[in-house]
Write a new protein. Sequence first.
Length: 445
Amino acid sequence: MSSTFEHHHEPSASALAQGSERLHADHAKVAPGEIAIGVVIGRASEYFDFFVFGIASVLVFPTVFFPFKDRLDGMLLSFVIFALAFVARPLGTAIFMAMQRRWSRGTKLTAALFLLGTATAGMAFLPGYDVLGGRAIALLAFFRMLQGIALGGSWDGLPSLLALNTPAQRRGWYAMLGQLGAPIGFMIASALFLFLYTELSIDDFLSWGWRYPFFVAFAINVVALFARLRLVVTEEYTQLMEERELEPIGMIEMLRTQDHNIFLGAFAALASYALFHLVTVFPLSWIALGTTQSVGDVLTVQIIGACVGILGTIASGFIADRIGRRTTLGLLACLIGIFSFFAPWLLGGGRAAQDAFILVGFALLGVSYGQAAGTVTSNFPIRFRYTGAALTSDVAWLIGAAFAPLVALGLSSKFGLAAVSVYLLSGAACTLMALRVNRALAARD
């Protein structure tokens, strides 16, 4: 399995190592460690924005924007709006890639992060249903779509550059660095909501307390923008991108020439993306609807789970460098498939069982998701890698994660928690199937 995705497009390890040494000599100011810092900062800020919305979809939006529905239906409607951002991401990628071709990478990144921060702050000022009626829901959906478009446009190419500018024997380690942004962003968002939810009365929390995380998201985006621009607009970075032929490609050309790589790459990481929201957003919604433990207790366990996810992500770097990134991804897909059979028993059990679902789920997610980025980039010829990595990630999020809370909560409320097993198992099966198909294509080539 370790040979999966390793097509004839890739240069040899020795050639990559020699190229890396030459590039380090020419551009000493753009070291892999510096690129990695930019990747972590950028991804953590983006994930914080998205997790703030996800947590609010459970704790806030059903009451503030859907008071005419019962709590379950309010959450389901909130999850519909939650999914809109992932639907809009490919559109954002297409729009902002065209902007980069017309102007520059710095202009594109500035516009995308400004749009992301503005949309998030707009939600903070948005009156509820009791003031605006249905227009409040429409505006919430509009801002959520803008978030998705902005996130699609915020792709800076740093992960692709990092993958091409690191020693061959350390690619698994550097591939996981950017993925650390997910558990870090979730941990900060959960901690902020935990503080507000436990320190304020429920009326104050629903009236104005929930808005503070959205203000914080705007401030974090400003900091992240300057941190990333400091690297992206430098002459050394620009020359390095050009020498690596990392350039924005039109969507028509990408789909015409690389459609198979896009979809194989997306399905190869599907187990990770399917698990992603099923251990972050969904458990909070399911437990909040029950009576086994309080929301504050769940958020506390999820913060601990995020720490476990961080450790798992770091461990994935060591594991992948030992056995290969693709082997790691396939192995974790099998483990996620096994985990899926225990999901109904754990989530449907008492407090200890539910906590175990969250903690074990985060451990599996950390190791699996830690190498998901490596698999969605190495399948492309270098010229297509900049745009291909962004578009493949968009498709993986859309197929695997966008509707996970909606589908899991909707089906589980009607048919039981076995629906969670089916969802996770389907993601694991798609990953294994994509890896197998791609291995067959590589052998044929």
